[in-house]
Ligand binder design. Structure first.
Ligand SMILES: NC(=O)c1ccc[n+]([C@@H]2O[C@H](COP(=O)([O-])OP(=O)(O)OC[C@H]3O[C@@H](n4cnc5c(N)ncnc54)[C@H](OP(=O)(O)O)[C@@H]3O)[C@@H](O)[C@H]2O)c1
Length: 199
């Protein structure tokens, strides 16, 4: 199973590191010349490669949208079709500005509904959004236990595929429920998330 990652920043590299570590072929991506990602690819090892956002979306059986919230509309618009693609949404509706972080507003009940509208036909799973990049990149196995990864989605087969990947990475996947009800619990501002991160 190939893993395509839209992005090559902190979260993208944390996910790519765990995926390559678990033996999955991975493609990371960015704006501009993918050759500029040669150092990232070298860090990840021989099962990693780099491409455009479209290359990564086409490469991945599972595709992660690991770009900043403000860039998601422009990046997803570059992908010709999302039909039946398993897509993971690790985004948070946040913007780094003025030395701090602004929580952005949107016209939907949950942030994943905003993302779902941008990837029509995709089998969307919310996850990988609750840990800081440093915690996400760290070894998921701590003192003999595995860090929990909450997943939410409406397509059970897609959620199971992402859960299998997550488990292979070393995390303990947990089914939090549907995209809206489950995702709403651990998204920014959700009741579980507020306890985990404070926002
Ligand atoms: N950092 C965290 O602790 C954390 C935790 C959980 C979830 N998240 C979420 O994960 C996502 C990625 O965060 P990150 O921390 O990995 O960010 P990051 O390190 O700043 O990486 C940003 C990525 O977004 C791309 N990007 C930025 N502006 C763009 C634009 N205008 N058009 C196209 N692509 C653009 C960058 O591509 P280029 O290389 O081309 O600039 C890069 O791949 C965000 O949605 C964030 O909310 C972050």
């Amino acid at each position: 199973m190939n893993i395509g990652i839209l992005g090559s920043g902190h979260i993208a590299m944390a996910i790519a590191g765990h995926a390559t570590g678990a033996g999955y072929p991975v493609m990371i991506s960015r704006r501009g010349d993918p050759e500029s990602l040669a150092p990232n690819v070298a860090t990840l090892g021989p099962s990693a490669r780099a491409g455009s956002f479209q290359n990564a979306a086409e490469f991945g059986d599972i595709v992660f949208i690991a770009v900043v919230w403000d860039a998601v509309p422009a990046v997803t618009a570059q992908i010709p079709t999302w039909d039946d693609k398993i897509v993971v949404d690790p985004t948070n509706p946040l913007r780094a500005e003025n030395g701090g972080i602004t929580v952005l507003e949107y016209a939907a009940a949950t942030s994943s509904e905003v993302i779902a509208d941008l990837v029509p036909g995709a089998r969307l799973v919310k996850g990988f959004c609750t840990y800081t990049a440093a915690d996400l990149a760290a070894d998921p196995q701590v003192d003999g236990w595995r860090r929990v990864m909450m997943l939410a989605g409406d397509d059970n087969a897609a959620k199971l595929a992402v859960a299998a990947l997550t488990s292979d990475m070393g995390f303990a996947p947990v089914d939090a429920g549907t995209l809206v009800e489950g995702g709403g619990k651990f998204q920014v501002g959700g009741p579980l998330r507020a306890q985990l991160r404070g926002f």
